[in-house]
Design a protein around this ligand. Structure first.
Ligand SMILES: C[S@@+](CC[C@H](N)C(=O)[O-])C[C@H]1O[C@@H](n2cnc3c(N)ncnc32)[C@H](O)[C@@H]1O
Length: 269
């Protein structure tokens, strides 16, 4: 493993925090461990040379590779299931009643390898059933890491990872992949999710305001001011009455936020 001096560590920490919101202040070992091989395979001998190269911003591809290595993408189907129950039993009936134009606007922000937006897409399909065609239920799914977005778009998951889904969904919403032991998300679920690369540090400029934003287990890597600024941007991009879901291990400061608490880790405008 290459050695990472305190000065180089701080340079990289500042760059990643300022541009991508991710706080790596206590992750010196993780950085050294995850980047050493990348650095040597690129032909650099030291962290110093590599960090000079990254900070020069000459190669967006190399910044991308670095972010792919440093972000933590752990996720699974039906994660924090209470949110999905609430979405189905409270949020969707509200939307069904109030959205006269039948266009929903749902965002999975920090979607990782797709399990969260595909879970939402399956719930939507299940909820609207034969009325699905009368509604626009597309889910926007964004992440900063192109690696995870490519995995999400491939939509192939190990059979074992489908175990948390309700009985019958494997048969209804997946088909066996040509890869042994893997299943592929069915087209009717897949085509309802739009994947895009988006850095949550940037201004939110999507066409519609959102009815529901899921941004779960993403802000754990952000410091307090970054988190508060992002929640403010989310609030401005939410329709009146719309919802924000965050991870159960995350919290929003009670002061400084305009959303109202509804259930653990879920808020309403
Ligand atoms: C642990 S995953 C969460 C996945 C899913 N939301 C869940 O709860 O299971 C966190 C994701 O946030 C993404 N992420 C981190 N910083 C980001 C940023 N500044 N902009 C967009 N996505 C970011 C990471 O790439 C990663 O895929």
């Amino acid at each position: 493993m290459l050695s990472l001096s305190e000065r180089d560590f701080q340079r990289l920490v500042n760059f990643v925090k300022t541009n991508y919101g991710i706080n790596l202040e206590h992750k010196q070992q993780l950085i050294a461990g995850r980047l050493s091989n990348v650095i040597t395979s690129m032909g650099y001998n030291t962290f110093s040379e590599y960090i000079d190269h990254i900070l020069s911003r000459k190669s967006p591809e190399d910044i991308e590779i670095m972010l792919n290595k440093l972000t933590t993408n752990y996720t699974y189907f039906m994660r924090e299931e209470a949110h999905f129950d609430y979405f189905r039993t409270t949020v969707l009936p509200w939307l069904e009643q109030t959205k006269k134009n039948r266009v929903l606007s749902i965002w999975s922000a920090g979607c990782s390898s797709g399990q969260e937006p595909y879970t939402l897409s399956m719930i939507l399909k299940d909820y609207f059933g034969s009325k699905t065609g009368m509604w626009d239920t597309r889910v926007l799914a964004t992440d900063i890491s192109q690696n995870v977005l490519d995995t999400a778009a491939a939509a192939e998951y190990e059979e074992e990872s489908l175990r948390n889904l309700p009985a019958g969904w494997k048969g209804k919403y997946f088909r066996k992949s040509s890869k042994p032991g893997f299943y592929t998300v069915a087209d009717c679920i897949k085509s309802n999710v739009i994947f895009r690369r988006f850095n949550l540090m940037e201004p939110i400029r999507f066409k519609l305001q959102f009815d529901v934003i899921f941004c779960r287990n993403v802000m754990i890597y952000f410091d307090q001011p970054t988190k508060e600024a992002l929640v403010k941007r989310f609030y401005d991009s939410t329709v009146p009455g719309g919802y924000l879901f965050i991870g159960h291990s995350e919290s929003l400061p009670k002061s400084n936020i305009d959303y109202k608490y509804v259930i653990p880790a879920a808020y309403r405008k």
